[in-house]
Design a protein around this ligand. Sequence first.
Ligand code: A2P
Length: 274
Amino acid sequence: MPHSLELNDGSALPALGFGLYKVPPAETADVVAAGLAAGYRLIDGAELYGNERELGEALRRADASGLDRATLTVTSKFWGEASQEPAAVRAAFDASERALGRIDVYMIHWPRPARDRYVDVWRTLVELQAEGRVRTIGVSNFTEEHLRRISGETGATPAINQVESHPWLPQRELRRAHEELGIVTQAWSPLGRSRVLDDPAIARIAAAHGVTPAQAIIRWHLQTGGALVPKSTHPHRLQENLDVDGFSLDDADMAAIAALETGERTGTHPDDRN
Ligand code: A2P
């Protein structure tokens, strides 16, 4: 199974990364070091997470100890709560870039549709990419309507849309739209903030394969063809979440997981954050 997905800008995205949402700044260096030691090559960060300075320090330390920074993909995201002006986008990008040294993937964190400024925010990301400041640009929490609008109005289609997705919220329709538009789906909260781990059907499938519920869910994401960024502050879990090559889910398992869809979200609906 491929563990790298091809993006519409020609670059490759590791399918499985780890996320730093809710990782306290004081724990960030240890979590990043543990993730890199386990073998992750994609780190999902954001301005909102409040730990970019610590992530940057951990990256510099890894670089000094011989890990080639060029082999890593580091994501940041434009939060934009205070302002959606192009100058604010550039200021936020500059600040994250200063903290991280380099940003490989830059995303709009939320479309904030009631403000109706996301097309211009997207235009600024397109400019940053054209200026060679960032390899890949994408969005997060965009609906199909938002995606079609920015692609239609700017002629530039995001490489990635990072959205909440897990067995209770498989995002089937949105994934179909992504496929049509050539966008990679990257799941946040891929374990449903750990709540889906307790689903009895997941427990049964995991037990049948001799793996943990987290491993079964991660395998489901990968076999669905998407990317994902599970979060853990525990080194043994980071390792466990990466160890998903020794088994595969069969059609019956995939069908059983498909039947778990409830539409339940652990986070905000994209139309409701502004
Ligand atoms: P912790 O950080 O204490 O390890 P999601 O990525 O869907 O948001 O889920 C993250 C939650 O799932 C966190 O609470 C994390 O806890 C927990 N988690 C991550 N990996 C595992 C695992 N392999 N087993 C159990 N819980 C996990």
